[in-house]
Design a protein around this ligand. Structure first.
Ligand SMILES: Nc1ncnc2c1ncn2[C@@H]1O[C@H](COP(=O)(O)OP(=O)(O)OP(=O)(O)O)[C@@H](O)[C@H]1O
Ligand SMILES: [Mg+2]
Length: 509
């Protein structure tokens, strides 16, 4: 193996989307056998740069070299043929197909011209076992499994494709701490032999400094620096990413934080009693008070996201009851919205219409309220303009289609929608998934503002940092049940993990 020639180079690469200068004269290099991390704020240009490497974006200025040879990719197929595979930030799976089919999408093993199912199942099983996921049945359709498994399927697909360069764009955003740990170890193992390399994008700086050999920092489409991960200091990285001093660090959540006791003074706005739904959650009872931020923490698959769906009417419980402001809460999302229940799903894609402009995504639940009987685009745009400025959507242009926004900014649109008319109960699942530190702070600030205005906020997450940053009281779910309540005490990330998973969770050293 020639280790002196880089596996891949970008030389003076620039990319514009209309008026947006997404990449400005980038030089970038991936060496054989390295994990090269890419960090930067939402909208810094990370995904754009990776889409160029993976042949998704083909019109750009500058040069790309593969093993020292200039190459101009014609498309993703061309990239795969060279040995470049990308795991996209937005999941690309087909839930209605089996797990095995999803792993081998587009390149199923054939025998006599037809799909060799036994072989495909065998190989799919082997690749998931390598990832440490023996409990997934590759013959089941993917929709049997939670989001974390969808993400693993994408990862397994990239690994089994035999690629030499694997690009992972926020691969852990849907994974539980245990799954994350496994993926990080697997990533190190992948490059161990020296012939495979990984480009790793994540907003979790702990992961990045653990897994990477080198780290490149992007800011506003420019490369700021590339440094050795070993010497990287997290605060320094944040400063390089944001280009300014900030009081907020992801790490400041980790560790103890006082959970205030103010909820007892408030009225319950939502009461849940004995709520059950087979294979999702069982005998769940709790109260949510007006003006409170109640954290609901659990590992992926613990039933906490499904509980959120039930409150919004997306999932029908088989027994138990939900009472909102003294009256039973039943029915579908339309009824829930009218009763004052707002909801942000854990996967931002399922709540947004990507091809529609921002303003339509915002006004959707409110059309009857905003426009009266006469639809008024001007009114919709005005309302949207106000709320997207409040949550800091960039670019703050209500006419822009959501598909053109970076991942983090799409998420802000999903939240901004519910600021038009304050709900009584706000059920938010993973509101800060895939956000940089600055954007996370903005979202937490919005949740706190809403609770201060009397909204009962149910903050559902598998990220301990997110829960610890905002919750005043915390419920922990495991295997569909509430197993622990934390109130009036110091709560650490370790305590949450322990409650949710027993002693099984180890964090990477
Ligand atoms: N297809 C597109 N059309 C127009 N603008 C785009 C398109 N894709 C990206 N952009 C813009 O280019 C800039 C860089 O976006 P990119 O998705 O690369 O950011 P990112 O660093 O991956 O952010 P995030 O952490 O939020 O995923 C952003 O301003 C974004 O709005
Ligand atoms: Mg991105």
């Amino acid at each position: 193996m020639d280790t002196t020639t880089p596996l891949l180079n970008l030389i003076n690469v620039s990319k514009r989307f209309g008026g947006i200068h997404a990449l400005k004269g980038i030089d970038f290099e991936v060496r054989p056998g390295e994990v090269h991390a890419l960090v930067g704020e939402n909208g810094a240009g990370k995904s754009t740069m990776m889409k160029i490497l993976a042949g998704v974006i083909t019109d750009y200025e500058g040069e790309m070299r593969w093993r020292g040879q200039p190459v101009r990719l014609k498309g993703p197929r061309h990239a795969l043929d060279l040995g470049i595979a990308m795991i996209h930030q937005e999941l690309s799976v087909m839930p209605e197909l089996t797990v095995a089919e999803n792993i081998f999408l587009g390149r199923q093993p054939l025998k006599g011209g037809v799909v060799d199912w036994p072989r495909m199942f065998r190989e799919a099983e082997a690749s998931l076992a390598e990832l440490g996921f023996e409990h997934v049945n590759v013959r089941d359709t993917l929709d049997h499994y939670p989001l974390g498994v969808h993400q693993l399927v994408e990862i397994a697909r990239a690994i089994t494709s035999g690629a030499q360069l694997i690009i992972m764009d926020e691969p852990t955003s849907a994974l539980s701490p245990m799954e994350t740990h496994r993926l990080l170890e697997l990533t190190r193992n992948l490059v161990e032999g020296g012939d495979k390399s990984v480009v790793y994008i994540s907003h979790f700086l702990e992961e990045v400094t653990w897994v990477a050999d080198r780290i490149t920092v992007l800011r506003d489409g420019e490369k700021i620096t590339t440094l050795k991960a070993k010497n990287a200091d997290k605060q320094e990285l944040v400063r390089l990413m944001l280009g300014k001093e900030t009081e907020f660090f992801e790490e400041s959540y980790i560790g103890a934080r006082e959970v205030e006791d103010t909820h007892e003074l408030r009225e319950p706005v939502l009461t849940v009693r004995g709520l059950s739904k087979p294979r999702a959650f069982e005998d769940v009872s709790f109260e949510l008070h007006a003006g409170e931020i109640l954290g609901l923490y659990g590992l992926i698959g613990s039933g906490h996201f499904e509980l959120g769906e039930a409150l919004y009417g997306l999932l029908k419980p088989t027994s138990g009851e939900m009472v909102l402001s003294g009256k039973p809460l039943r029915g579908n999302p339309r009824r829930a919205i009218d009763r004052g229940v707002a909801y942000v799903p854990p996967s931002r894609r399922s709540g947004l219409f990507l091809e529609k402009p921002i303003y339509q995504n915002i006004s959707l639940p409110w059309l009857a309220h905003i426009s009266g009987f006469v639809p008024s685009v001007a009114k919709e745009v005005k309302v949207a303009d106000e709320v997207i400025h409040r949550v800091g959507v960039r670019p703050p242009d209500p006419l822009k289609e959501v598909v053109f926004l970076s991942g983090g900014n799409q998420q802000k649109v999903a939240i901004a929608r519910w600021l038009v008319e304050l709900p009584k109960v706000f059920v938010v699942s993973e509101p800060t998934r895939g956000m940089d530190v600055g954007a996370k702070e903005e979202v937490m600030h919005i949740l706190k503002e809403m609770s201060a205005a009397g909204v009962g906020v149910l903050l559902i997450s598998s990220e301990p940092e997110t829960i610890l940053a905002a919750a005043e009281r915390i419920l922990v779910m495991a295997k569909g049940r509430i197993v622990e309540e934390f109130v009036d005490q110091q709560v650490t990330k370790e305590m949450l993990l322990a409650a949710a998973a027993g002693e099984m969770v180890e964090q990477p050293a």
